[in-house]
Design a protein around this ligand. Sequence first.
Ligand code: URP
Ligand code: ZN
Ligand code: ZN
Ligand code: ZN
Length: 469
Amino acid sequence: ESFDLVVRNAQIATASEQYRADIGIVGGKITQIGAQLGAGTHEIDASGRVVTPGGVDAHCHLDQPMEPPAKMADNFDSGTRSAACGGTTTVIPFAAQQKGQSLLAAVEDYHQRAAGMAHVDYAFHLIVSDPTPEVLNKELPALIAQGYTSFKIYMTYEDMKLDDIEILNVLAVARAHKALTMIHAENADCIEWLTRRLEAAGHTAPRFHAHSRPMLVEREATHRAISLAELVDTPILIVHVSGREAVEQIRWARAHGLNILAETCPQYLFLTADDLGLDDQYEGARCICSPPPRDRANQEVIWHALSDGLFAVFSSDHAPFTYEGSDGKHPDGSQASFRYIPNGIPGIETRMALLFSEGVLGGRITLEKFVELIATNPAKAYGLHPRKGSISIGADADLVIWEEGEFTITNQNLHHAVDYTPYEGMHLRAWPAITLSRGRVIWDGQFHPAREHGQFLPCDAPSIFARIG
Ligand code: URP
Ligand code: ZN
Ligand code: ZN
Ligand code: ZN
């Protein structure tokens, strides 16, 4: 037998084409693609089924240290289990620097959290919250050289935010060392001012989270991020873009020849501010994330920007906090003001099926665009392509075999450690039937644990550039 595994009669879909072939796998890598390949020790019949690359979730938060009482519900074990069952075979969570902490110490700590825990492969982004001269001149260049080629910076959140000088300093390091900076663009002072006014008026229910972060605070910060990147002349990627006004800023930048990449997430397609509830309802805390979900018209703008190439990347922004827990959406066991409710929603397992079902089968994006958004482009943007995000000879045998049918999202069937999904009860038309990580079946309707199998991936320089126009 010439192969460890042959996937027969796959309807292969890549970012550029669809065709039928067998996929031959040896040692966890794709070694041949063609008609009627020789026998494998194991065989999977994929007749009539779409086969895509495994997903690359380039924005998810797992076991990230938080300010008490908040604590993330998913560690690398439960987080990558959930990823695998939803077709994601590479995750890129964040090694977050605390203010006053060395960046190297943050990376070391994060490796300890991941080691021996991950069921799928993983790389790290860095979060730079304290860009001291030591960090800018020594730690960041050294880490980029070691394969940490992307970092996120924040324009909001008290414990994370950078001012414009600090942002320019970080962007200059990214330019000098060919790294990619991800920017969370919301205006912190506007949010604080609005939050105080809402609190003074007694408006503390979860729904007022959205009132404290209207679209204009995202629009302003998006424009400022673009300007700072233009000044330094370096690419950036704007994360979790929520609606029209931010999209307009990015289109403007592209039309002026600027290399601005953008990401959006399922919550901006499938949730609205109405999901934050009414004045006397606390359940809406489940859907608190930043930027907040907008409205139907903005969902439509995001769909169009996915199909026309404005967005390079579709990520989950999985940020796992339990609803009931005192370390989750009920801080210290209470119904708190929206200000104190941890931001973020779970979605690492539902990301791909939501977009396949509503996007591809719903006729809004092509299958090729789907593959580009969920696997190929994130792998390129973060220096993991073509090992990840492609079905090609020499690539890792990370594959998803899709099943079309009727599926209902219910939290009981998900594999994260969060006690809710914002998509409870939603009907989908597809779900991964089989997920392969380097040739190993980790999901086939049952989860097959593979702790110790998941490997850390050092990243090359980004290999993606925005299409201009
Ligand atoms: O609300 C969100 N998005 N929480 C996760 C952290 C972040 O800003 O991405
Ligand atoms: Zn963010
Ligand atoms: Zn439309
Ligand atoms: Zn995030």
